[in-house]
Design a protein. Structure first.
Length: 250
């Protein structure tokens, strides 16, 4: 008699690190944060599609067609259309408030952004995702979140000149070493790291500053500090705390 193997192949997996939770009433517990090693380019996604056997044509044709689709979708988005991919919807959003019906649009007061909404087809895949816990994050300090306050974007993009907020643990910029600071580090050339020169808030859990220009599309956040958790005892040399996510310069 034929017996069907009940073991289901794992198709999707998300890697996470555990961070201590500091929310009231949750002391001693941990929160999971995804490990985002890199954002994939159009070229890489097309290469994955070919390697997995989902496309039988030529790579260059696939790449060109995907680029044409994205360019047209963005054109329509910028003209007020919403794009439904079947898995998620992207739509334009105007922030802020208008004082009266005659007020014209002010880009600073009414910033334009794009919102993302998951659809049922993508939500159904959640039951097939396994989560791989990679351990506890480095207790000596970590970067948890980057927010472009003007764009209201988290761990994704930044605009040079915008207010940026970095949150984490033991990230305070402290010490007399000239290397101490908050840096935007290009993924493709880390030697071109740009130090943030305007810091408006600096604590153990939050740093607020003005995003610089790196002239590179993909960047990581890096903190170099002699801070170890004490206001009187510092490390002899700066330690480096690097964000796990990739930021794109807009």
């Amino acid at each position: 008699m034929h017996v069907t193997n009940p073991i289901r192949e794992v198709f999707y997996k998300i890697r996470v690190l555990l961070h201590p939770s500091y929310l009231p009433g949750t002391e001693g517990t941990f929160q999971a944060r995804t490990v985002n090693e890199a954002s994939l380019s159009v070229e890489q996604v097309c290469a994955f599609l070919l390697n997995r056997g989902g496309f039988k044509g030529e790579y260059e044709n696939l790449l060109e067609n995907v680029r044409l689709y994205l360019d047209e979708a963005v054109y329509l988005l910028c003209n007020g259309m919403a794009i439904n991919t079947g898995y998620f919807t992207i739509y334009p959003n105007i922030g802020g408030t208008f004082d009266n019906a005659r007020e014209t649009h002010d880009p600073k007061k009414h910033p334009i952004s794009f919102r993302f909404r998951t659809l049922s087809k993508l939500r159904r895949l959640i039951s097939q995702i396994t989560v791989s816990v990679e351990g506890v994050a480095d207790a000596s300090g970590w970067i948890d979140e980057f927010r472009d306050a003007d764009m209201d974007e988290i761990n994704s993009v930044f605009v040079p000149g915008d207010i940026c907020i970095v949150q984490g643990n033991k990230i305070k910029l402290a010490g007399d070493d000239p290397q101490v600071g908050l840096y935007f580090v290009p993924v493709d050339d880390p030697s071109k790291a740009v130090k943030v020169t305007r810091i408006v808030e600096n604590t153990a859990t939050k740093i607020i500053g003005v995003a610089p220009q790196t002239e590179y599309q993909r960047n990581r956040i890096e903190i170099r500090t002699q801070y170890l958790g004490s206001t009187s005892v510092f490390l002899k040399a700066p330690r480096v705390i690097t964000g796990l996510f990739i930021l794109e310069e807009a």
